[in-house]
Design a protein around this ligand. Structure first.
Ligand code: NCC
Length: 277
């Protein structure tokens, strides 16, 4: 598994990536009537035809002074993460946001002001929480890392028109299995980062995916985020998440040039619809 060619790796990723969200058909969610709470269209059905081109914008400090904003906005759909803003950073990150992936801290911790902040409005929202590997859904429901469920119910009732999904833990852990099966080392038993989850999500929804500053450019820095003064090299290399291994895997399937990688921190990936195995 660890010595696959680029195409073999694409085929493995395509075969094993099945986006799955909590749809209310399984216990305990079915017992609470969640089949009527979740959006009627699935995440894949939201867009009947695929996006041509998509951008995934990581929150890395290396995005600062990149002037990538216009290039990022030229994509049909743009994915951003957690509390990463566009306002004030348009020149470097653009201002279009189509989908935002958030972890459960965002909806549960008061400091993020999930219910009032404009960051989480007018976009498709996708939230995840690190359930224990192979835990059943009832155990997870009783004891998530951060309580995402009450905020989810509240938001669905308040803004039923906003597409908002909870990623299924089985999907999260299937991505972890994918990384482990394609890595020589034993990776840490923690879920993949939002960044890796987002890249695989967009490979499922788009024909081509541009990823910015997941693999660092020449601007690489210990500054954690472009929007905060916090410095920590672990943001780029990983501690909790198997981030380093995620990055090595993504680098193996890069179809863009070394020049773009160095200057823009840009990786170009095929969407699964253009992978023929
Ligand atoms: O930092 P975070 O990630 O929100 O970043 C989103 C994704 O961008 C990529 N990244 C980020 C910074 C950097 N220097 N290099 C990068 O490659 C990563 O792929 C990352 O996933 C997360 O994954 O959800 C994470 O969230 C934060 C934090 O919870 C949120 O920002 C909300 O405040 C986590 N940090 C802490 O919990 C302290 C982080 O570990 C993972």
């Amino acid at each position: 598994g660890v010595h696959k060619s680029g195409l073999q790796l694409y085929c493995d990723l395509k075969r094993r990536t099945r986006i799955r969200t909590v749809d209310g058909t399984e216990e305990p969610f079915s017992g609470f009537g969640w089949d009527r709470l979740v959006p009627s269209l699935t995440l894949q059905e939201l867009r009947r035809s695929q996006y041509q081109s998509c951008a995934v914008v990581t929150s890395a400090g290396a995005v600062l002074n990149s002037s990538l904003g216009p290039e990022i906005d030229s994509h049909d759909a743009v994915l951003r993460f957690n509390a990463a803003p566009t306002r004030g950073f348009e020149k470097d990150v653009g201002n279009k946001t189509t989908i935002r992936i958030i972890n459960s801290q965002i909806v549960a911790r008061p400091k993020h002001q999930f219910s009032s902040s404009s960051l989480y409005q007018d976009v498709t929202l996708v939230v995840w929480d690190p359930a224990p590997y192979s835990a059943n859904l009832s155990t997870w429901f009783k004891k998530p890392d951060f309580d995402l469920f009450s905020a989810y119910v509240e938001r669905r009732q308040l803004r039923p028109e906003q597409p908002f999904y909870i990623l299924h833990p089985e999907f999260i852990w299937s991505l972890w299995d994918l990384i482990q099966d394609n890595t020589e080392d034993q990776i840490q038993p923690n879920p993949p980062s939002s960044g890796f989850i987002g890249i695989l999500l967009m490979m499922s929804l788009c024909r081509e995916v541009s990823v910015y500053e997941f693999i660092p450019s020449v601007r690489r820095t210990d500054l954690c985020h472009y929007h905060e003064r916090y410095v920590d090299a672990a943001c780029t290399l990983g501690a909790y998440h198997p981030l380093l291994y995620e990055k090595l895997l993504v680098q193996r399937i890069n179809e863009g040039s070394d020049h773009e990688l160095r200057t823009k921190g840009k990786v170009t990936l095929r969407g699964f619809s253009s992978v023929h195995c």
